[in-house]
Ligand binder design. Structure first.
Ligand code: NAP
Length: 284
């Protein structure tokens, strides 16, 4: 199996993959894509499950995306993942987008059904399972604060929390307008007969210590979906003084074992986990 295949390979897949066994029937499309670790995650899982298929990388440029998707059925694919920069463009190129992916504004998984292509997003369901496995709790029972709700991952997480009808959802973003716009979009999920406490069930806040301090009093789970903490030397996304022992802190960043946020959370006695479990469950 090659490290990376291209559109030219996909146009004549039997020739490009002659002799490959099990056959290559799953992939990730990206540009760039060589860095993707998805094959290392999925191929051992396929082998362990005894499935006659393997997973490969396809370097597909934006202008090649439509043709590449339409070649999948004839090439015998079961489906493909799509990563940067295709997650939003793919929505207009498949035959059907499931409702959660439509609301999240991104598709990361395309399933081939006959000649039809169906788009899904697995980030939200992956996050729900990750929270259950890390903290033995369900999102729907929690008061959740999403940091970075205006980014791609943050939006997908916030939409999932709203669809789960969690107890309370606080959307925080450095560029406040994005959080405010998302709160307006998600408001319909929070209409209904749940008991109202002293705080709003849905609100948007700027990323400023004052408003965050009081909101954290009424928060169970803080999810960092910003990219702050990915690079060595990044400051903590929240001042350490805001963290409290009652919190569960989940950092979606998985490249660092312990981001500054997680280190600060553990130092005050809060429970903390990094994004590896979300990566695993969205992939599964
Ligand atoms: P993105 O769309 O570029 O969004 C980046 C977000 O981070 C925006 O909300 C941005 O705020 C915010 N931000 C960036 N620098 C900041 C700073 N210094 N202070 C405060 N906020 C800052 O990126 P993405 O694709 O959503 O990815 C975000 C993170 O999620 C990454 O760390 C990625 O590793 C992680 N992720 C993890 C998984 C998993 O499976 N574990 C899956 C997907 C993503 P503005 O709107 O103000 O720019």
């Amino acid at each position: 199996m090659k490290e990376v295949y291209t559109l030219a390979d996909l146009r004549d897949w039997p020739a490009a993959t002659a002799g490959e066994a099990p056959p290559l029937r799953l992939s990730v499309f990206g540009d760039p894509v060589a860095h993707s670790r998805s094959p290392q995650m999925h191929n051992p899982a396929l082998a362990a499950a005894g499935l006659e298929a393997r997973y490969c990388r396809l370097h597909i440029r934006p202008e090649e995306l439509a043709e590449a998707l339409r070649l999948l059925p004839k090439a015998g694919f079961i489906g493909t993942n799509v990563t940067i920069p295709h997650k939003s463009a793919v929505m207009e190129l498949v035959d059907e987008v499931e409702p959660y992916a439509r609301e999240a504004g991104a598709v990361n998984t395309v399933v081939v059904e006959g000649d039809r292509l169906r788009g899904f997003n697995t980030d939200g369901p992956g996050l729900v399972r990750a929270i259950r496995s890390e903290f033995s709790v369900d999102i729907r029972d929690l008061r959740v604060m999403v940091l970075g709700a205006g980014g791609g991952a943050g939006r997908a997480i916030a939409v999932q929390c709203a669809r789960e009808r969690c107890e309370r959802l606080v959307l925080v973003n450095r560029t406040f307008e994005k959080a405010a716009a998302l709160a307006t979009e998600l408001a319909p999920h929070f209409h209904g007969p749940r008991l109202l406490g002293p705080t709003a069930r849905l609100e948007a806040l700027p990323m400023e210590p004052g408003p965050l301090a009081s909101a954290l009093e009424n928060t169970d789970l803080v999810i960092n979906a910003t990219s702050c903490g990915m690079k060595r030397g990044d400051p903590p996304v929240l001042p350490a003084s805001l963290l409290q022992p009652h919190l569960m802190v989940y950092d979606t960043i998985y490249t660092a074992h312990r981001t500054p946020l997680l280190a600060d959370a553990e130092a005050v006695g809060a429970r903390a986990a990094n994004g590896l479990s979300m990566l695993l469950h969205q992939g599964a």
